[in-house]
Ligand binder design. Structure first.
Ligand code: DX5
Ligand code: ZN
Length: 224
């Protein structure tokens, strides 16, 4: 189980301290939400901020590009220390080329799908990616309510992985707290992004380990 706090929910007045807090929490990955004010109606932060963060932790940098033209940012994020780049299947015909460009740069490749989008649009790429991100809110903002109608998509992605012998991560993002992490783990998720649910916790280490153990238990129950 990978626990990936989203720095979108950090205290921006103390951003470097927040990175250190996440680093020391026992979290596995940093989830870095990049918004362009076009693909989503919000703007977050860019490569210079990620480069500032890089020396503060050895954690894996998982960059989620909610951007209409993500390719213009690939090199800048790689140079800033990103280890995986996730793009959205809603980019349509652009997707195959974007996947191979990221792959050619030696980075992990993620493919995200928004709540209204049919999960079948992701299926042709199942053998080409390292991570499938099932969005459980409409992207753009932290602190939204988990959309439970997305859970069958997690089950579908898990089924494809089992049947196709793939090894991609099944990531969920949006409205993930203790209870919704359990629901997603039981459906097959193994990679949990959480902004508000973790970053606002008084004891981040306890929240990270609590989420990991609850997800593990829920996954075990589902398997048996
Ligand atoms: C939403 C982002 C998320 C966001 C999740 O557009 O992709 O990663 O940070 O925030 P919470 O966990 O607060 O829903
Ligand atoms: Zn995200």
């Amino acid at each position: 189980m990978i626990i990936a706090p989203s720095l979108l929910a950090a205290d921006y007045g103390h951003f470097a301290d927040e990175c250190v807090r996440v680093d020391r929490s026992g979290a596995d990955w940093f989830h870095l939400d990049i918004m362009d004010g076009n693909f989503v109606p919000n703007i977050s932060f860019g490569p210079a901020v990620v480069a500032m963060m890089r020396p503060l932790t050895k954690c894996f940098f998982d960059v989620h590009l909610m951007c209409r033209r993500p390719e213009i940012l690939f090199e800048a994020f790689r140079d800033a220390g990103a280890q995986s780049l996730t793009i959205h299947v809603e980019l349509g015909d652009e997707v195959p080329g974007l996947i191979s460009t990221i792959r050619g740069m030696g980075l992990g490749v993620g493919l995200a799908v928004n709540p209204p989008t049919d999960i079948e649009q992701v299926k042709p790429y199942a053998g080409l990616v390292d991570l499938i991100l099932v969005m459980t809110v409409n992207p753009g903002f932290g602190g939204q309510k988990f959309i439970s109608e997305c859970v069958p998509k997690i089950e579908a992605v898990k089924r494809w992985r089992d049947e196709g012998g793939h090894s991609y991560h099944i990531q969920v993002d949006g409205g993930i707290g203790m209870e919704t992490a359990e629901i997603c783990a039981a459906a097959g998720a193994d990679n949990f992004v959480s902004g508000t649910g973790l970053m606002k916790a008084a004891d981040l280490s306890a929240a990270v380990s609590g989420m990991r153990s609850r997800a593990q238990a829920a996954a075990g129950t589902a398997a048996s």
